[in-house]
Design a protein around this ligand. Structure first.
Ligand SMILES: C[S@@+](CC[C@H](N)C(=O)[O-])C[C@H]1O[C@@H](n2cnc3c(N)ncnc32)[C@H](O)[C@@H]1O
Length: 272
């Protein structure tokens, strides 16, 4: 199986766990387009994984992307994918929870004005305290007028029990549909990656790096908006959230759903 196959399978596997995953990439690119009048320059992708920037690079021929991640195996796939884009793409191996992660990034953007920082389905890996610091870090290198766009997928907790139950049901359905259509689950995908020549060591290193990662803690959209304000962003809000299947789910419920089923919101924040 080639690296390109593995990346395609990554996308299908991730889409099994993250309903409307493509929708958030599309929303992010649309905001980027509007914010930059169709010409974003430097974009930083936080926790980029194997990288899903191709559509952005194709759509915006002047854009450069710097991806940051701490998983050596996913970064190896990202490097492979980025080769055909030459100098337009760079990747940095860094831990977003480390104090100095912005320093290496600064060294790699060559003084360019960063018009946007983006992230998809990743920052829920951080604790709420780490999240605030990450936002602050992102804010520190955004050019005036730049945007931070986070297309995350985060969970409800005990504070929202009914919503949590419905969201779990919705997740289960999304997975059932995706697996029935041939998507792999997380464990199968990782075992296939580890079986690739040269990848066993990278996967072992990844496991070592993330072994003591604290368990994910649910955050609310309200918390994230407040954290963005705390980090110094001048304007913040929800530009998109999952709604597509809400009607179908609602018809199965005896109690009407009064709030969005799940907050999957690219959060927009203007830096100055
Ligand atoms: C579910 S994946 C999403 C990857 C990619 N953004 C995508 O949408 O396909 C979560 C990513 O967050 C990265 N990540 C988690 N914690 C991190 C940290 N502290 N520093 C850097 N990357 C981190 C993981 O390595 C992984 O690539």
């Amino acid at each position: 199986m080639s690296d390109a196959d593995l990346r395609d399978r990554w996308d299908r596997q991730q889409a099994a766990y993250v309903a409307d995953r493509e929708g958030r990439f599309c929303a992010i690119l649309n905001v980027l387009d509007l914010q930059s009048a169709g010409r974003p320059s430097m974009v930083v992708d936080l926790a980029c994984g194997p990288a899903h920037y191709h559509s952005g690079l194709e759509r915006f021929p002047n854009a450069r992307v710097v991806g940051v991640d701490h998983d050596p195996a996913l970064l190896a796939l990202a490097h492979e994918a980025g080769q055909s884009y030459g100098e337009r793409v760079r990747f940095i191996d860094d831990d977003l929870t480390a104090d100095c992660w912005t320093e290496q990034l600064r060294d790699n953007i060559d003084g360019a004005a960063v018009s946007a920082v983006v992230s998809t389905t990743a920052l829920h890996w951080l604790t709420p305290a780490q999240l605030v610091e990450t936002y602050r870090g992102a804010r520190s290198f955004l050019a005036p007028g730049g945007v931070f766009l986070d297309g995350d997928h985060f969970h409800y907790d005990h504070r929202q029990m009914r919503l949590r139950g419905w969201a779990k049901q919705h997740d289960r359905r999304t997975q059932e549909e995706a697996f029935a259509e041939g998507a792999e689950d997380w464990a199968t995908w990782w075992s296939q990656l580890g079986a690739r020549p040269g990848f066993a060591e990278l996967v072992a290193e990844r496991d070592r790096r993330f072994a003591n990662r604290p368990a994910s803690e649910a955050t609310t959209v309200g918390f994230r908006l407040a954290a963005l304000a705390q980090a110094g962003f001048a304007e913040h809000g929800t530009v998109w959230q999952l709604r597509r299947r809400l009607r179908r789910l609602r018809s199965d419920m005896t109690t009407p759903v009064r709030q969005p089923l799940r907050h999957v919101a690219p959060l927009r924040a203007r830096s100055a």
